[in-house]
Design a protein. Structure first.
Length: 196
């Protein structure tokens, strides 16, 4: 779990910064709706670039750790010596998606609390807090909506979950795939030079 929290920290911090930018975009007058839409798209695109680049690098690093662990495993088999392995940092294709889900954990928790509070007759504070934190995606549902209608569209903040989970997961897998292809190319060159 520590691995996922550590790797979700950077996307979560940038999520906060992009939410502040989205608040600024929402403060633009409604007569410039076209400008708000363009800025919201650019804000989301910038967040996606940052998150995808970070996840891509994490995937690359994870494959390198797996290959280093494989070398250590060979040494363990040959010598019988107990050597430390970084198992939690090894590449697994699903880890990128779990990192994205960890980034979305506060939204899921806030929306669950929001649901319970609404069912008990309370206000929408937890849902609004969740939607504000994930405003980089939620802004598209908020543009041109009156304040009175906000309580009905608060759950659309959950649209951030597939956006973030897919972007981190796919970028992580692509980063890992790139390094795997590099290792295969190195192995092929070594076979060509040295034989089997």
């Amino acid at each position: 779990m520590k691995y996922y929290i550590k790797n979700a920290l950077i996307p979560f911090v940038y999520l906060f910064f992009m939410a502040i930018t989205a608040l600024g975009i929402l403060s633009i007058g409604d007569h410039l709706l076209w400008l708000k839409i363009i800025l919201a798209i650019l804000n989301l695109a910038l967040y996606e670039v940052i998150v995808c680049a970070f996840s891509f690098k994490q995937g690359q690093d994870a494959v390198k750790v797996r290959n280093a662990n494989d070398l250590e495993r060979r040494q363990i088999v040959l010598t019988g010596e107990d050597r430390p392995l970084k198992l939690s940092e090894e590449y697994k294709p699903y880890k990128g998606f779990l990192i994205g889900l960890t980034v979305c954990a506060p939204l899921i928790i806030l929306m669950l609390i929001h649901t319970v509070v609404i069912l008990c007759g309370g206000g929408i504070g937890f849902g609004v807090a969740g939607s504000l934190l994930y405003l980089v995606v939620y802004i598209f549902f908020r543009l041109g909506v009156t304040t009175a209608a906000t309580e009905y569209i608060v759950f659309t903040a959950l649209a951030a979950i597939p956006v973030i989970v897919l972007s981190t997961g796919i970028a992580y897998m692509l980063g890992g795939r790139k390094v795997e292809l590099q290792y295969k190319k190195i192995e092929e060159n070594q076979r060509r030079i040295y034989g089997d």
